[in-house]
Design a protein around this ligand. Structure first.
Ligand SMILES: C[S@@+](CC[C@H](N)C(=O)[O-])C[C@H]1O[C@@H](n2cnc3c(N)ncnc32)[C@H](O)[C@@H]1O
Length: 269
């Protein structure tokens, strides 16, 4: 697939790949693939692949006889993914309507996308449809907001300075933290042998400003919340105080960011 996007869309995906992937997402790719029991020669699909960190890790594990596809709804993300690897079949599409045949993948994986899907149940049913019988599914989502560090403080800061809509936008990635509801969601979709394991993770940002400014200028607009430059500067100034406890001796900002990995299988009918 030849993916052409605007400079702005490519720059946004580049910013995500440069800041957020090393800060939050890269560390989860090996864990998700271990949980999916991926092995050489298999056919793998990464749903909501973003710039492709999980798909690239899968490609490094499957050997020359395997095949990896990565699907995402955002063209800019896919353009960056293709720039980073042309060994993967990058596809534009919606998780709720996967453009693949029934029973076409041995393993389906997805990390940190499910919370943003409009119809989560339909997306999981689609993951199951494209899996081969006995195929393995592994999906990572963030644990609840109050089990994470730093973000609850940033949410409170946004609530105080920018209001409810800004605070809600920052809470959105954490909405699937309840393990009982998560298990019910996968079982209702028809997934067999559903298990949920919670893992310790650590966020690593180069500075408080880099972390919070990306949330305010890149994430909030995706969620429909635009703040003025003046408001952004106010929040950034306060963030330096309230998040100071997470700045390490080497200047990096580090804090606990736990996540759940849901695993399951497709039973033959
Ligand atoms: C937080 S990013 C995670 C990306 C990647 N999995 C990673 O670990 O870096 C969430 C991704 O979900 C994608 N996304 C959101 N809704 C989607 C949908 N309905 N179908 C496919 N992709 C979707 C977004 O475009 C974005 O790339």
């Amino acid at each position: 697939m030849n993916i052409i996007v605007s400079e702005a869309a490519f720059a946004a995906a580049n910013a995500y790949e440069t800041l957020h992937v090393p800060a939050l997402f890269q560390q989860w790719a090996p864990r998700v693939l271990d949980a999916a029991e991926l092995h050489q020669g298999q056919r793998v699909l990464d749903v909501a692949c973003g710039t492709g960190v999980l798909a690239r890790e899968a490609f490094s594990r499957i050997g020359t006889k395997g095949y990896v596809a990565g699907l995402d709804a955002t063209r800019g993300m896919l353009a960056m993914a293709q720039h980073l690897s042309n060994s993967i079949d990058w596809q534009e599409g919606m998780a709720e309507k996967l453009p693949f045949d029934d029973n076409s993948f041995d393993v389906v994986v997805s990390q940190f996308g499910l919370m943003f899907f409009q119809n989560r149940l339909a997306a999981i049913q689609e993951m199951l449809r494209v899996l081969t019988p006995q195929g393995h599914l592994a999906v990572a989502v963030w644990d609840a907001l109050d089990h994470s560090e730093a973000y609850p403080i940033e949410v409170d800061l946004l609530q105080q300075l920018a209001g409810q809509a800004a605070a809600e936008a920052l809470k959105a990635p954490f909405v699937l933290g309840d393990k009982t509801a998560l298990k019910t969601l996968f079982e209702t979709a028809g997934v067999s042998n559903v298990k949920i394991a919670t893992y310790h993770g650590t966020a690593h940002f180069p500075s408080i400003r880099a972390m919070v400014e990306a949330d305010l200028r890149a994430w909030l607009p995706v969620m429909g919340v635009m703040l003025s430059d003046e408001m952004i500067e106010d929040i950034l100034a306060q963030a330096e105080y309230v998040l100071q406890q997470y700045v390490q001796a080497n200047g990096m900002v580090e804090f606990d960011a736990p996540a759940h990995i849901v695993t399951g299988t497709k039973q033959p009918h």
